[in-house]
Write a protein that binds this ligand. Structure first.
Ligand code: HEM
Length: 389
């Protein structure tokens, strides 16, 4: 049995609903274990995967015969950004609980293995390869998160399903929410346990206080800031971005810490502060009355020619090409007062289909192009001629 190091199925969601790294994108598996299996056994193993792409990844991972180096070079640590060869390594880790022998008393220690913690001994019979059809623990496995700034990072888990750390501990105490349903992929280390109120409180206190940087909570140096304008939605009337203000704090920060997610969601009245995003930003030159002045403004379009420029009344449908300038992805061609479904080809070319009904009778038709806000506007008018039969 192999798994991607650091990824576990805890039963946060039913596995079939939330595959996580058990899934694939474009014929390439997200789990390294599955990739290793496909490389070891050949992509024919599973038709779900793209043999060509797997072969290309395998070639990238291989040592180059000329340079003696792996071709896939990536930084492997935030502390060392120099590119290093990426190696898809299958290693034997510490034994699972019960795998490394033991004396039957369930005690922890180097020889534990009968109900204690995993022993830090390699499993003697471990084969550091992924063999075909080996059991992979990848479906529904999520990356074990960093537990930092925990006072401020709720709600917890990848789907935000636990509002508080008490809920998180309760979840672990019952060995996850979907234990039975997920049994096939569940992490083997999960156990039902009861920490009791004193130890639970101490654990939560450790995570909330010990693992939280209080300079961040009070927004004090180095985490103070000037007034910040943050985008808070879209004003449909002007097409501009609404910019709300987060007020400036000095280097000594705010007296009271930031409100937690739980406090905000429960509208708890506490001295802790939250940023309501109801105050409009006031930065001159950037914002006017809370609306951004620096959104990308659409140009006013201009038409230089139509192709074709005329048709015969009663003729059949055709594609009209409008040449000009200032066209954007949201430009629309107008046929008289009607808006036509428009294809953006480039900022100088738009096309649309003119239906037979549009040229049923003779006469000129005004063709214009409209660009929506922000800014934008209507182009010059060019007449399309409909000749008599
Ligand atoms: C009582 C012991 C534990 C505590 C208090 C604890 C605490 C937490 C917390 C607070 C989070 C949420 C982090 C966030 O969303 O910001 C978390 C996530 C996670 N932990 Fe633990 N953990 C414990 C044991 C374990 C064990 C034994 C494993 C591995 C078998 C594990 C694997 C994970 C994983 C995979 C996630 C991410 C789950 C997801 O996002 O769906 N944890 N843990």
């Amino acid at each position: 049995m192999v798994y991607d190091s650091g990824f576990y199925n805890l039963g946060v969601r039913p596995t079939p609903e939330d595959l996580s790294i058990g899934d694939q994108i474009g014929g390439v598996p997200l789990a390294f274990t599955k990739l290793a299996e496909l490389i070891a056994a050949g992509p024919a193993l599973d038709p779900l995967y793209d043999a060509t792409k797997i072969a290309a990844i395998e070639a990238e991972l291989a040592v180059d015969a000329t340079t003696g180096l792996n071709e896939l070079l990536i930084p492997i640590s935030p502390l060392d950004l120099s590119p290093r060869p990426f190696v898809l390594e299958v290693a034997c880790g510490p034994g699972l609980v019960g795998n490394a022998g033991g004396n039957g008393n369930g005690a922890n220690g180097p020889n534990a293995g009968d109900g204690g913690e995993p022993a830090n001994n390699p499993i003697p019979q471990c084969n550091p390869n992924v063999i075909p059809n080996e059991r992979l623990l990848r479906n529904g496995a999520f990356k074990a998160s960093d537990i930092r700034m925990t006072k401020a990072t709720g709600p917890f888990f990848h789907n935000g399903s636990k509002m508080t750390l008490q809920h998180v501990v309760n979840f672990y105490e019952t060995a996850g929410s979907f234990t039975t349903l997920n049994l096939e992929n569940l992490d083997a280390g999960l156990r039902i346990f009861d920490l009791g109120p004193t130890d639970t409180a101490a654990l939560i206190e450790m995570m909330e206080t010990g693992l939280t940087d209080w300079r961040v909570m009070h927004e004090e140096a180095h985490f103070d800031h000037p007034e910040l304008c943050v985008p808070n939605g879209h004003d449909p009337a002007s097409g501009k971005t609404i910019l709300a203000a987060i007020p400036a704090v000095g280097s000594t920060g705010a007296n009271n810490p930031l409100a937690t997610f739980e406090e905000v969601i429960n509208s708890v009245t506490s001295a802790n502060h939250e940023h309501s995003l109801t105050e409009p930003c006031t930065m001159p030159g950037i914002v006017t009355a809370g609306l951004s002045d620096i959104d990308v403004q659409n140009p006013v379009p201009a038409i230089t020619s139509l192709d074709p420029a005329s048709a015969t009344a009663g003729g059949s449908a055709f594609v009209l090409t409008v040449n000009g300038s200032g066209f954007v992805g949201t430009s629309v061609i107008r046929w008289g007062n009607a808006t036509k479904t428009t294809t953006f080809v480039s900022d100088t070319v738009l096309t649309t289909t003119i239906d037979a009904a549009d040229i049923a009778s003779t006469g000129p038709v005004d063709v214009t192009v409209a660009n929506p806000p922000p800014a934008g506007g209507l182009s010059n008018t060019v007449a399309f001629t409909i000749d008599p039969v």
